[in-house]
Design a protein around this ligand. Structure first.
Ligand code: NDP
Length: 272
């Protein structure tokens, strides 16, 4: 009999995680046997927990807040993307070494492709400068947008983020949330946690354009406040981040099992 592939997501808080559901759908569709748990792990216990889980025969781990930076630092080998963004959401063991990758950025790009959104030569606005902004920036830059304007409530964090990617500085600018844009963005990506926290977000008052694509990394059963705001401001094409969540999970699943799950029909089942 084939052995069950043991997987888990670790983080704190963790009970809300949709990852067990998504990975079980992937496994069922491919006819393979997995277990996938959501385990509460605090930063102080991170190293010990990861070592112990791999010792117990886990094939792979997803890592979520607040452990993504620790995961990247802790791994013996990081993917180029994980090194560039200093963050990891996927761990696995090969021989005695622990490997880390960050699949968030590629997950976002795959969701954009599914929605026929091109980044090449586009004027992109990135709202927020937290962990997810850092995780997606290398993938966004790889697609050669014309420019990425970073706007964040704490401007010092936006400047620090831009500085981290200083090799691409000519394509990254930092702007204030309180000033008019005075240009029409093609794509606006909200990587703040304002939607998830149900908080208001201050935005430049000329940010909404009906032909721009608005994408909120946050997701929920109902339209997120950011998506609702975009729709009510006349934007025709908007999306929340559920597609990205599914796509980044599919990339992790493929790393662990070498099998590529289908992602198309999952969105409808995820909140049921
Ligand atoms: P962080 O806590 O690292 O960063 C939060 C960011 O949001 C900071 O830039 C912060 O600004 C900003 N922010 C928070 N509240 C407000 C507000 N009221 N107005 C304006 N800005 C605000 O979080 P992450 O980057 O890790 O995650 C952000 C969101 O992305 C979460 O909702 C998360 O669920 C979602 N996410 C979705 C993924 C997916 O697969 N779809 C993957 C990863 C994340 P400041 O610097 O001033 O504090």
């Amino acid at each position: 009999m084939e052995e069950v592939i043991k997987l888990a997501v670790i983080g704190s808080p963790i009970s809300h995680s949709l990852s067990p559901k998504i990975h079980k759908i992937f496994a069922e569709s491919l006819g393979i046997d997995i277990s996938y748990e959501a385990l509460h792990v605090e930063p102080v216990d991170f190293k010990e927990s990861v070592r112990s889980l791999f010792q117990k025969g886990y094939t792979g781990l997803n890592v979520t807040l607040p452990l993504k930076l620790l995961a990247s630092e802790f791994a013996d080998n990081q993917s180029e993307e994980s090194r560039l963004c200093g963050s990891a959401n996927t761990l696995w063991k090969q021989g005695s070494a622990i490997y880390a990758d960050s699949t968030d950025g590629r997950g976002l790009i795959n969701d954009f492709q599914k929605q026929n959104v091109e980044l090449k030569d586009k004027d992109v606005i990135l709202l927020g400068s937290g962990g997810s902004a850092r995780a997606i920036l290398p993938s966004l830059l790889k697609k050669n947008p014309k420019r990425i304007s970073i706007l964040n409530r704490s401007e010092d964090k936006a400047l620090a983020l831009a500085d981290k990617f200083s090799q691409s500085q000519q394509r990254i600018q930092v702007r204030s949330l309180t000033e008019k844009l005075n240009f029409k963005p093609d794509i606006v990506i909200n990587s703040t946690s304002a939607s998830t926290l149900k908080q208001d977000i201050l935005l430049p008052d000329d940010i909404f354009h009906e032909e721009a694509f608005f994408y909120d990394l946050s997701y929920s059963k109902d339209p997120t406040p950011f998506v609702e705001m975009a729709i009510s401001s006349g934007v025709r094409k908007c999306s929340d981040g559920i597609g990205m969540l599914i796509e980044q999970a599919a990339l992790s699943f493929e790393i662990w099992t070498s099998m590529k799950p289908k992602t198309d029909s999952i969105k409808q089942n995820i909140f049921s």
